[in-house]
Design a protein around this ligand. Structure first.
Ligand code: GLY
Ligand code: MN
Ligand code: MN
Length: 316
């Protein structure tokens, strides 16, 4: 090992050690409340003649644009997630518990070599689907209710992020179907917005406009209300209170800015939704999309999404 390499190795080992053990003194922790700051202080004191640069900006840039191998790994994570969902279409019926649904996913992920879940899965039946980060997963799935499932396999540290909403008894009611079709229409249009040079901020604004039209058609907002942008925004927020897309990769909510122009190789989720508490309807549909010079590529294009497909697979 050369001298440079040895020094570098020492720094890396010391920094790893320090990073995970820099919580020891209460005073030190009060003076430097953030672990990153404690780490910087210790490492600078230990190596006073070195110059330090933050790696995070470089890492962020590297993380936003995926190389071919990273895309392959993400595709694999999506494909394992697909297997999990297909398993559930055969499994879900009235009376099953949300945690049992989760156990089916755990099993399928394990069978297929995933590290596990990329994030805590949301298995939300009935009204629970209207709670955004519901992860209790402890209720019984009831006849007539919808089941919103947001889960993603982690494969080689890359996470997929899928949401599908299905009827517990295998058949959507006409109202559930009406709302589902509205969200799906918006998702199909939203995916087309995931192109080079667009931004998350602009996608959100465009999708909100599309969703406003849908909620008028669904009878959740009057046309007169829709004509006033401030009122429309307020009403829309009651039913759709989160953004449409986030960066995806090593982390489920990966690094990257809302204002950053899309470049080929970036991967985003596309997850419009409607949450109608009064009707016990929470529907989110989420796919993972790769930006390319030739337009969006849906890494989840094979995962059942249409009402007929879902009903047919659940009936088998
Ligand atoms: N699974 C978290 C999200 O969809 O953002
Ligand atoms: Mn997501
Ligand atoms: Mn999700």
């Amino acid at each position: 090992m050369g001298r440079m390499e040895a020094v570098l190795r020492e720094i890396i080992l010391a920094s790893e050690n320090v990073y995970f053990n820099c919580n020891e003194s209460p005073k030190f922790e009060t003076d430097y409340p953030l672990r990153d700051d404690r780490f910087a202080k210790i490492i600078k004191d230990k190596y006073p003649t070195h110059e330090f640069e933050r790696a995070a900006p470089l890492m962020s840039e590297l993380r936003t644009i995926k190389s071919d191998i990273e895309i392959e790994l993400l595709q694999k994570a999506c494909d394992i997630t697909e297997k999990g969902f297909r398993r559930l279409l055969k499994y879900v019926k009235p009376g099953v518990k949300e945690y049992q649904v989760q156990a089916e996913i755990d099993h399928e992920f394990g069978l297929n070599g995933a590290n596990g879940h990329g994030y805590p899965p949301i298995i939300a039946s009935g009204i629970s689907a209207c709670t955004l980060h519901y992860i209790e997963n402890d209720k019984e799935c009831k006849d007539g209710d919808l089941l919103l499932m947001d889960f993603g396999a982690e494969y080689a540290n890359y996470s997929a992020d899928l949401t599908r909403t299905i009827p517990v008894n295998g058949k959507f009611t006409s109202r559930q179907k009406e709302v589902y079709e509205a969200v799906l229409r918006v998702q199909k249009q939203a995916i087309q917005l995931l192109v080079v040079d667009n931004t998350i901020e602009k996608v959100n604004a465009s999708v909100n406009k599309l969703m406003e039209k849908e909620i008028v058609k669904l009878g959740l907002m009057q046309q007169s209300e829709a004509n006033d942008p401030q009122i429309a925004k307020g009403i829309l927020f009651n039913y759709f209170m989160h953004g449409t897309s986030h960066f995806l990769g090593l982390d489920v909510h990966d690094v990257g800015l809302k204002t950053e122009p899309f470049k080929a190789g970036m991967v985003f989720t596309c997850e419009p939704a409607l949450y109608i508490q009064d009707e016990k309807i929470g529907i989110r549909i989420e796919n993972d999309i790769l930006i390319t010079e030739n337009g969006p590529v849906d890494l989840m294009k094979n995962i059942p999404i249409e009402v007929d497909e879902i009903e047919e697979l659940m009936a088998k």
